[in-house]
Design a protein around this ligand. Structure first.
Ligand code: 5GP
Length: 239
């Protein structure tokens, strides 16, 4: 790892000796409410790095283009350098979170007829506003063809993740992806893929096993217990 290029709420980006690759180091920080709520949860960096590495490997095995290269230590992934698109792509299978809060059509837990894909601008100051496909094109965020490509890849990620989680006894309620373009301009899934960016409910009991436990104000001990439980299911073994 060479120089720090950027630091976000939960990760640090470092340059590498290759101009095409960077390192992503996961911090122990946990945040919610557009960064207004913040704590440090010792061990979370390891959990999120290893869960991300596992899920990215799974997607790569299914020929889904991602930025993942390899896990280099307990908290660091080597990834392909991407020009990130500042858009959060959310895919929902079951109604929860903002879908229930902002619209009158569903109650929490209602299954959607088909997966719903939404776009949000990545901008905490403006509280990540919803973007239509017209917004994406007119704001210069994505071209028509890229939008179609992003939706196709997101649906595929959903199929792979849903099946994987179901086998572990978890229901994949929703998740968030971020995309970037590699040096050839090819779209790849970037950022992270772990318990921070998806809702997982116990298939039998409906218990939340994700960051909602933190959002709802449970103790940090309970939050770490939840993250550890999901880590053991997804990655296997001790941390
Ligand atoms: P909602 O829009 O209901 O708040 O979130 C939908 C899904 O996207 C949830 O799985 C949530 O964790 C994820 N998500 C939405 N916004 C963010 C974000 O800013 N950061 C992360 N890590 N996940 C997000």
């Amino acid at each position: 790892m060479l120089n720090k290029i950027a630091e976000g709420k939960t990760k640090i980006v470092y340059s590498s000796t290759s101009s095409d690759e960077v390192f992503l180091k996961f911090k122990d920080d946990i945040t919610a409410l557009d960064g207004e709520k913040h704590n440090v949860l010792p061990g979370k960096g390891v959990i999120n790095a290893k869960v991300s590495a596992k899920i990215f490997s799974l997607l790569e095995e299914k020929d889904i283009p991602t930025h993942f290269v390899k896990l280099v230590d307990d908290t660091t992934m080597k990834v392909k350098k991407l020009k990130m698109i500042p858009v959060e792509v959310v895919c929902r299978n079951v109604a929860a979170g903002h879908l229930v809060k902002n619209y009158p059509f569903f109650r929490k837990g209602d299954k959607l007829k088909e997966p719903l894909i939404e776009f949000f601008l990545k901008d905490d100051l403006h509280h990540d506003p919803l973007l239509s496909e017209e917004h994406l094109k007119i704001f210069g965020l994505m071209e028509e063809k890229e939008i179609e490509n992003v939706k196709r890849i997101t649906r595929r990620v959903n199929e792979v993740l849903r099946e994987f989680m179901e086998k572990l006894g978890l229901q994949l309620v929703d998740f968030k992806l971020e995309f970037g373009r590699d040096k050839e301009g090819k779209l790849r899934v970037g950022d992270e893929l772990n318990i921070d960016c998806m809702r997982l409910w116990d298939l039998k009991t409906g218990e939340s096993l994700d960051k909602d436990v933190y959002r709802k104000g449970e103790s940090l001990e309970k939050v770490l217990q939840t993250y550890t439980k999901v880590y053991k299911l997804i990655v296997g073994g001790e941390i």
